[in-house]
Design a protein around this ligand. Structure first.
Ligand SMILES: Nc1ccn([C@@H]2O[C@H](COP(=O)(O)OP(=O)(O)OP(=O)(O)O)[C@@H](O)[C@H]2O)c(=O)n1
Ligand SMILES: C[C@](O)(CO)[C@H](O)COP(=O)(O)O
Length: 229
C-alpha cells in the first residue's frame, strides 16, 4: 500500500545543546535527517516526502538533499513555532486522499517493516501509531513528591511514524486549530475528534534523538544495524 510521509525537521534542537539543529549532527558521516530520509527514499511504497524545515536551515538542507540524492521530496515547507504547526503546514502540501504518515526527522532508526505495518493498520482502521511497552515504573509527581504510581500494564511509549487516512488527520488538525489545542503528537488530535487510534508495536531502537545521551545510543544502534562489531 502506497503512502506519503510528512517529515517535521524544523525544530531547534534546544535539549541537545549542540548549538545548531540536532538534525545536522552526523552519524557515521551522514546528517541525522538524511539517515531518516534515506529510509523513505529507498522504500518503493513511499510515493512522496513533504519536508518541514526552518528557514535558517534552508540553504544547508538543500545542499545536503542534493548531495545525498534525495529525489522523493514532493514539497519543502517552512515549519512553525510548534511541531504541530510544522505538520499542519506539511499537510497543506500533501495529497488529498490515501494514507499519510508523520515521522520525526529525529528518529533515524525506523525500519521499513514497521512503516508498512503502520500503513496497513491505518488503511484498515483510519489511525495507527508505532509504540513500545513502557519498561520503567512511572509515577505522577507533584513538586518533589510522588502522588501516584501509574499502572504500567497499560502504558506504552508512543513513537512515530503515526499513520492516518489523510482525511482524518486533516479534520483533526483543523479541529485542534479551531479549538486552540496543542498536542505533542498527531494521535492526540485524532483522539479529540473521537476517532480510535490503533497501536502498532515497534522497536526500542526507534529512539528520538533528543538529548546528548541519545547520541551514544545512536552510535550503538547504527553499529548493530550495519553489522559492525
Ligand atoms: N516547531 C517544530 C518543533 C519540532 N519539529 C520537529 O519535530 C521532531 C520532534 O521534535 P523534537 O525532538 O522536540 O525536536 P526539537 O523541537 O528540535 O527539540 P527541542 O525541543 O529540544 O528544541 C523533530 O524532528 C523536530 O525537528 C518541527 O518540525 N517543528
Ligand atoms: C511525536 C513524538 O515523537 C511521539 O513520542 C513526541 O511527542 C515528539 O515530542 P517532541 O517534544 O516534539 O520531540
Amino acid at each position: 500500500m502506497a503512502y506519503e510521509v510528512i517529515i517535521p525537521a524544523a525544530g531547534q534542537g534546544k535539549r541537545m545543546g549542540a548549538g545548531k539543529n540536532k538534525l545536522l549532527l552526523e552519524l557515521k558521516g551522514i546528517p541525522v535527517f538524511i539517515h531518516t530520509l534515506q529510509v523513505f527514499e529507498r522504500d518503493e511504497k513511499c510515493d512522496g516526502i513533504v519536508l518541514a524545515i526552518s528557514p535558517q536551515d534552508e540553504e544547508e538542507f538543500n545542499i545536503l538533499l542534493k548531495e545525498h540524492q534525495i529525489k522523493k521530496i514532493k514539497a519543502i515547507v517552512y515549519g512553525g513555532k510548534e511541531r504541530q504547526d510544522s505538520v499542519y503546514h506539511g499537510l497543506e502540501a500533501a495529497g488529498s486522499e490515501g494514507i499519510i504518515l508523520v515521522h520525526d526527522a529525529a528518529r533515524p532508526f525506523i525500519d521499513v517493516p514497521t512503516i508498512h505495518k503502520s500503513v496497513h493498520v491505518a488503511n484498515e482502521y483510519g489511525a495507527a501509531v508505532v509504540a513500545v511497552p513502557v519498561k520503567d515504573t512511572i509515577k505522577r509527581v507533584l513538586y518533589d513528591e510522588v502522588v501516584e504510581t501509574v499502572d504500567r500494564s497499560s502504558l506504552w511509549a508512543i513513537q512515530t511514524p503515526q499513520a492516518f487516512r489523510i482525511s482524518i488527520l486533516k479534520e483533526a488538525h483543523q479541529h485542534a486549530k479551531d479549538t486552540g489545542f496543542l498536542g505533542t503528537d498527531e494521535a492526540s488530535l485524532v483522539e479529540r475528534i473521537q476517532h480510535p487510534v490503533k497501536i502498532v508495536e515497534g522497536s526500542y531502537d526507534n529512539i528520538k534523538l533528543t538529548t546528548k545521551e541519545d547520541l551514544y545510543f545512536a552510535e550503538a544502534i547504527l553499529k548493530k544495524m550495519k553489522g559492525d562489531t
